[in-house]
Write a protein that binds this ligand. Structure first.
Ligand code: ATP
Ligand code: MG
Length: 183
């Protein structure tokens, strides 16, 4: 599944709606310090289900909502949508009929959050399952940030196994087994 487009509104420094189109090939994001390059990566990670504010460089999840600037008032909601091309039919069976899959996450200042797939409300679990075993997703290896390579090299074999299982496509089954055993 390839990222086609990312739409960001009210997330971190992106107060107005911004749409970024990703063409085929390599996309590079350039700009001066503090202009919001890393915020784009945070937005992508967040839309894919990241639950830990620290992995988004914040203290609390509310920190992702635009907090105001000299000229703009704080906003009450952050929203990020990612549109994936599913031309190769790589998506899980439930979504295989769609040429495009849109994943949306919203967070309101009162703490309410919403997850949507193709504009239909869904659970966080549905978003996680959509990405499991694709290498994409909040916990996977598709986003390699500063320091991650060193972390992978220095990790304990048990921890490194997580990445191998994701690449091999068994993460989904392990996660379902864990959920079934809990019931
Ligand atoms: P560098 O080149 O230094 O890595 P960058 O382009 O990656 O910079 P970011 O870290 O993406 O920059 O953006 C930092 C900016 O985002 C800061 O100016 C910070 O104030 C702003 N910012 C972060 N969270 C919020 C928020 N909730 N509301 C408003 N602005 C925010
Ligand atoms: Mg940065």
């Amino acid at each position: 599944m390839k990222i086609k487009r990312v739409e960001i509104q009210g997330f971190k420094s992106f107060v107005d709606r911004v749409a970024l189109d990703f063409e085929s090939g390599i996309t590079a994001i350039l700009g001066p310090n503090g202009c919001g390059k890393s915020n784009i990566v945070d937005a992508i990670r967040w839309a894919m289900g990241e639950q830990n504010a620290k992995n988004l460089r914040g203290r609390a999840m509310e920190d992702v909502i635009f907090g105001g600037s000299e000229s703009r008032k704080p906003l009450g909601m952050a929203e990020v949508s990612m549109i994936f091309a599913n031309e190769d039919g790589q998506a899980p069976a439930a979504y295989r009929q769609y040429a495009e899959i849109m994943v949306t996450r919203r967070l309101f200042r009162n703490g309410d959050s919403e997850y949507l797939i193709n504009k239909t409300p869904c659970r966080l679990l549905d978003i996680s399952e959509l990405f499991m075993d694709t290498g994409v997703g909040a916990r996977a290896y598709s986003i390699i940030e500063q320091g991650k390579i060193g972390m992978i090299l220095n990790a304990k074999p048990e921890d490194r196994r997580f990445l191998i299982e994701e690449a091999a496509g068994v993460t989904k089954y392990k996660s379902r087994k864990k959920a079934a055993l809990r019931k």
